[in-house]
Design a protein. Structure first.
Length: 80
């Protein structure tokens, strides 16, 4: 491999940040995919949702199809 084209070593991510977490795309597609990744063991980092909506955590979790559960580290923290 040529030294000019070699990529630097990568480090694992510390977290995944979802901007627009209260929006329809996040609700219908992104969180469903993240939950599937969590259940399969492919999601190894915490997910942080950021939104401009002034929702409380309770309001966010009360959205139909969106529930949050606290579980031990390494297990998915979402249900459908």
């Amino acid at each position: 491999m040529n030294a000019d084209t070699a990529s630097p070593p990568t480090k694992p991510a510390d977290a995944l940040v979802v901007f627009g977490a209260s929006g329809d795309l996040a609700h219908k597609k992104i969180f469903a995919a993240l939950c599937a990744m969590g259940r399969s063991g492919a999601l190894k980092v915490p997910v942080i949702g950021v939104a401009s909506s002034r929702w409380s955590v309770e309001q966010f979790c009360a959205r139909p199809g969106q529930r949050r559960e606290r579980r031990p580290r390494g297990q998915p923290a979402c249900t459908q």
